[in-house]
Design a protein around this ligand. Structure first.
Ligand code: SF4
Length: 386
């Protein structure tokens, strides 16, 4: 359905051979340009078609016994299978570990299974044990149901999970983390939105949808229809953007925010891409995130620039990059990489180690932009941010 370069073809072939999860919905494929080397669709293309570097390094890293793929250290904060608890009163519940399509930069690529793989669904016994654990933990007030993509489950199963959570008086908010409005908007039927909306009761319990649009190319009439289905039943829809090389050009994120607001989505977080070896092609210097917020986003109305820029620290959680007191620049490597020290959010409450991070060199980022036709003079103030 689309033309692939020789390298893209080889990367997909190798991914299949090595059983690396891969899949694109026909709808999402229709968003790609039917020509090779067009830079216009690179943000959507790079999300779903892996590079050879990605496939080869992921296979090599998985084979190493001394390397943990669990980059965010979710296992260390998991009290029971399918639950992650990084904050005292919020938990993540993962009833299914696959998605309608696979994002190459997925932070959970270590546990995500092939698209629609039947073994990716948590067994009834394990799901009940996880729900029992939440029921017996009254400090938990918010549950993020994610995965994978929970809206891949049958309506009845989704309703059963929501019913159990709704029966726990301490649960005040249920967040559903789903990319389905972006990758398979046809799935968001009136029946699904109505059955989820039944649990959204103002004054008692909030159900919100957190989705993941990455680029203006993904804003379509179908995606808007999917978002509006939820809003019709009173639910808010928020967006989490992963800021990657492919959507980091000047004003690209601003255009996305404008379009999101128009279809009914509120920008919520903008994440720095994880510092994983296999996804290094996606990484952007932290200075570019801060520059984007201080120079481009700053020009937008307050109702549009509602997102926070965030560095997600493995094992520690979100670090707000605009709050300069929460991180320090402690060194610059010979190749120009800046080294940051991130302070844990709970540092005043208990002794927790800081996290040291080596960023990608700003100079390399600018050279790459130049090779892709950008005018690097437009980015020259990037050096002032840290
Ligand atoms: S939708 Fe989310 S969980 Fe699924 S592959 Fe993409 S980033 Fe990973």
């Amino acid at each position: 359905m689309i033309k692939l370069s020789d390298e893209e073809y080889e990367a997909v072939r190798l991914a299949r051979q090595l059983r690396i999860p891969f899949g694109i919905t026909p709808y999402y494929l229709s968003l790609l340009d039917n020509e090779m080397g067009s830079l216009r669709d690179r943000a959507v293309r790079a999300q779903v078609i892996p590079s050879l570097h990605y496939v080869q390094s992921l296979a090599a890293l998985k084979a190493r016994s001394d390397h943990s793929m669990d980059f965010m250290l979710e296992h260390e904060t998991s009290p029971i299978e399918a639950i992650t608890r990084r904050y005292p009163n919020i938990v993540i519940l993962k009833p299914v570990l696959t998605c309608p399509q696979i994002c190459v930069y997925c932070q959970r690529n270590w546990e995500i299974e092939d698209v629609y793989s039947p073994q990716s669904v948590l067994s009834k016994k394990k799901l009940n044990a996880a729900l029992d654990w939440i029921a017996k933990t009254p400090e938990i007030s918010e549950v993020l149901i994610t995965g994978g993509d929970p809206l891949l489950l049958a309506n009845k199963k989704i309703e059963a999970i929501l019913s159990r959570l709704a029966a726990m008086p301490h649960i005040l908010r249920i967040r559903i983390g789903t990319r389905t409005p972006v990758t398979l908007p046809q799935r968001i039927s009136d029946a699904l939105a109505r059955s989820v909306g039944r649990f959204h009761i103002p004054g008692k319990r909030e159900v919100i949808i957190v989705t993941h649009f990455e680029h203006p190319y993904e804003i379509t009439p179908q995606a808007m229809q999917a978002v509006q289905q939820f809003r019709r039943y009173g639910m808010e829809v928020y967006n989490q953007l992963v800021f990657t090389y492919y959507n980091s050009r000047k004003f690209e994120a601003c255009l996305l925010r404008q379009k999101l607001r128009l279809i009914g989505v509120t920008p919520y977080y903008t994440f720095n891409t994880k510092g994983k070896e296999e996804t290094k092609d996606f990484r952007v210097p932290i200075a570019r995130l801060i520059q984007e917020q201080k120079e481009e986003s700053r020009l937008m109305p307050g109702t549009v620039r509602t997102d926070e820029i965030v560095f997600n620290v493995p094992g520690l959680g979100k670090n707000y990059l605009k709050a300069s007191q929460h991180h320090d620049i402690i060194s610059v490597m010979p190749d120009g990489r800046r080294v940051y020290e991130f302070h844990p959010w709970e540092k005043k409450l208990s002794l927790v180690d800081t996290y040291v991070y080596r960023d990608v060199p700003i100079y390399d980022y600018l050279k790459r932009l130049k090779a892709d036709g950008e005018e690097t003079a437009d980015y020259r103030t990037i050096w002032y941010y840290y």
